[in-house]
Design a binder for this molecule. Structure first.
Ligand code: KG4
Ligand code: ZN
Length: 337
């Protein structure tokens, strides 16, 4: 079964053709990051406008690259939640138009379910159940993936998402948006023990995260150092920050895996591209004898192939959406459309 998938939840306009949830026939990503960088973050209205301008070309590009016409695909899938509402609406409406014109079923996909499904594209042997650390610009979840469409969130962030913590701390250190990748690069040149940063705990919860205190500690450290007229070793601050946040993420995940008795681990989302996090996950899984699945770097960030992968499993379980499908800015991963 071939699915044409569309993703427009943030600042990437993307389309892909995916076969049976596992094989990428094509994947096209048009990123707006250079434009948003000028403003230090994603400007929602600009994102919507760029999606509107680019979506026709991006979808046509994905069909061409896969060597098929719209009539050749079996269904149209689209990210319907969560994300920037104006951005999501562009993709949802375009997908509806295509589904209606070509008489194809319409499959709504949850963006975070898509991030998790990116792993299916790279790992043919990965099947639920497994435990997944989802770390993106908007989410930090420890998710028990019980089945392809059955999820239980064990832990979530109470404030900033991991990617947000990376980006806000990076901004304070003087890196351009999105700063996660700059921290990753700088960290490789720094001493990750030079600065001691806090590891905030969430009272009453073993698995939940809180990152705003960590970000504030970075900002305070920078201000205090500047006020004293001292200079900061930015590479070492980046390395210390990265080590701290990765320790928090992996320690919580390790506790959840131990308590659940889960021996198969995966990661997903933009931050799963982080080299420090990948290394730490590998060490933790090796020391416990767990099997680890990581998405390839090209599938960590936003793309439509992951939406096409998840859409395959959604349509096995649920009927197609009606043409009155709406987008939602927020939506729990556990609930169905
Ligand atoms: O999953 P994603 O592409 O978009 C959302 O769904 O939010 O995640 C984007 C986030 C950004 O915060 C970005 O800084 C972060 O992923 N990111 C990284 C790295 N690459 C992307 N963070 C740390 N290290 C990286 N190498
Ligand atoms: Zn994403």
């Amino acid at each position: 079964m071939k699915i044409l998938a569309i993703e427009s939840s943030c600042d990437e306009t993307a389309a892909a053709v995916v076969e049976d949830g596992r094989k990428v026939c094509s994947s096209v990503i048009n990123t707006q990051v250079a434009e948003h960088r000028k403003y230090g973050g994603v400007v929602p209205e600009i994102a919507s406008r760029r999606h509107t301008e680019n979506i026709v070309q991006v979808v046509q590009g994905a069909l061409d690259e896969a060597g098929c016409a719209l009539g050749d695909v079996d269904a149209v899938a689209v990210t319907a939640a969560p994300g920037l509402i104006g951005a999501l609406l562009v993709g949802v409406n375009y997908a509806k138009g295509l589904a209606m014109a070509a008489h194809k079923p319409l499959i709504p996909v949850h963006h975070i379910r898509g991030h998790i499904a990116a792993n299916y594209l790279a790992h043919p042997d990965l099947k639920p159940p497994f435990l997944c650390l989802v770390v993106s610009g908007g989410h930090s979840h420890i998710v028990e993936v019980r089945d392809y469409t059955d999820y239980h969130v064990l832990g979530r962030t109470r404030d900033d998402a991991a990617g947000e913590a990376f980006d806000k701390s990076a901004r304070a250190m003087g890196f351009p948006y999105p700063g996660g990748v700059s921290i990753d690069r700088a960290a490789q040149k720094g001493d990750d023990r030079m600065y001691k940063l806090p590891k905030p705990r969430v009272e009453g919860s073993l698995y939940d995260f809180s990152f705003s205190g960590l970000k504030t500690a970075v900002i305070n450290l920078l201000h205090n150092t500047e006020q004293k007229g001292e200079s900061i070793d930015t590479d070492s601050l980046a390395a210390s920050f990265q080590r701290t946040i990765c320790e928090i993420l992996v320690d919580h995940l390790e506790a959840a895996a131990r308590d659940l008795g889960c021996r198969t681990i995966a990661a997903a989302g933009g931050v799963s591209a982080n080299s420090g996090l990948r290394r730490r996950l590998e060490e933790m899984c090796a020391s416990n004898g767990y099997e680890l699945f990581l998405p390839p770097l090209a599938l960590c960030g936003d793309n439509a192939a992951m939406i096409g992968a998840q859409a395959y499993y959604e349509q096995l379980k649920y009927p197609p959406a009606g043409l009155d499908l709406n987008a939602a800015a927020s939506k729990d991963i556990e609930t169905q459309f």
